[in-house]
Design a protein around this ligand. Sequence first.
Ligand code: SF4
Ligand code: SF4
Length: 365
Amino acid sequence: MGKAKVLILEADYDPTRLLRCMRQVLDAFPLELEGKRVLLKPNVLGPWPGESGIITHPLVVRSLAEALGERGALVQAGDNPGVRGYGRMGRLAEATGMLEALGDDWINLASQPRKVPIRSRFLEEITVGGQVLDCDLLISMPKFKTHVSTLITGAVKNSFGFLVGGEKARMHALAPRFRDFGELMVDIYQLRVPDLVVMDAVTAMQGNGPSCEDIRSLGLLIVSDNGIAADAVMAEMMGFRPEDIPLLKVAAERGLGPIDLAEIDIEGPLRRIEGFKPPSTLPRSSFTAPFQGLAFRLIARRAFKVDRGRCTACRTCERSCPAGAIKVENAPAFDSSRCMLCYCCYELCPEHAIDINRLVRFIQR
Ligand code: SF4
Ligand code: SF4
């Protein structure tokens, strides 16, 4: 196996320029495409439009689908977001703009559930979307984002969308600690390692991702034949040490890809983003990490704050909570004794009405 390659391309959301970029991507990473069934797996976390910076922009997905179609590939794109999202995909496809961008080529990855064995110390079997396993080529299309529990949302975390509906809730219950959850993400990534990664970094999310409103403009696509290398480059650009990101550390230990930039063939404008805000959960040093972890476990689960002006009592948080720790009447009430700190409620609230209390941020500092 040769050296992993990462290509960083300047890009924006203009459809003509994006299509040109995607042709360049396919020239730089040649794949056998004629007659092949190619599945694109963007990160479509919830019912937000591309402009929000929360999801992979539909125009990025469409441009890649178009460029692949020009070379004879049979392309579909899909995701399966949320932790209990059965039956909500139609509405989601419309709200995100994926339906308009991709039409009938947009599919629900939860529509063909299949139970498969998994190599993991947390479980033996798992239910995934069959399309992920049946495609000839899988292209992961993550978004350049932070994440409060896994620290980064990249190619590895994007594989969480392979899981069908309630399986995601089960994973949170099986591996509630951040470090364990990162390892489990790598187990899932290994079920079907992507053949190519095309990351939407035209806009990037900083702070307490993966669904906050703190967006930076980067104007880039990050492309790689190795998801671990792509995520390591993203982490460096964010100003994090890849070895401090549990899922990257586990992936590197398993030989899935390099996290040392010296071992990656990088082409294009690699730059650290000035003043990039990390998630509150990023350890400040290996010395303080255990104390930070303890502080979080003791305090954070009591510290969710709901902005009642924003909350519409839609009950997404209640339905998403794998621990049954939320009851919504006019607004959510949290049972902190049940909470396992998975952050699904924070992540999936469509109104950004749930925040991590300022007290937690203060402790972090
Ligand atoms: S906090 Fe968010 S997800 Fe929960 S009920 Fe209110 S708007 Fe819906
Ligand atoms: S209350 Fe929120 S953070 Fe706690 S278990 Fe439920 S969804 Fe996860």
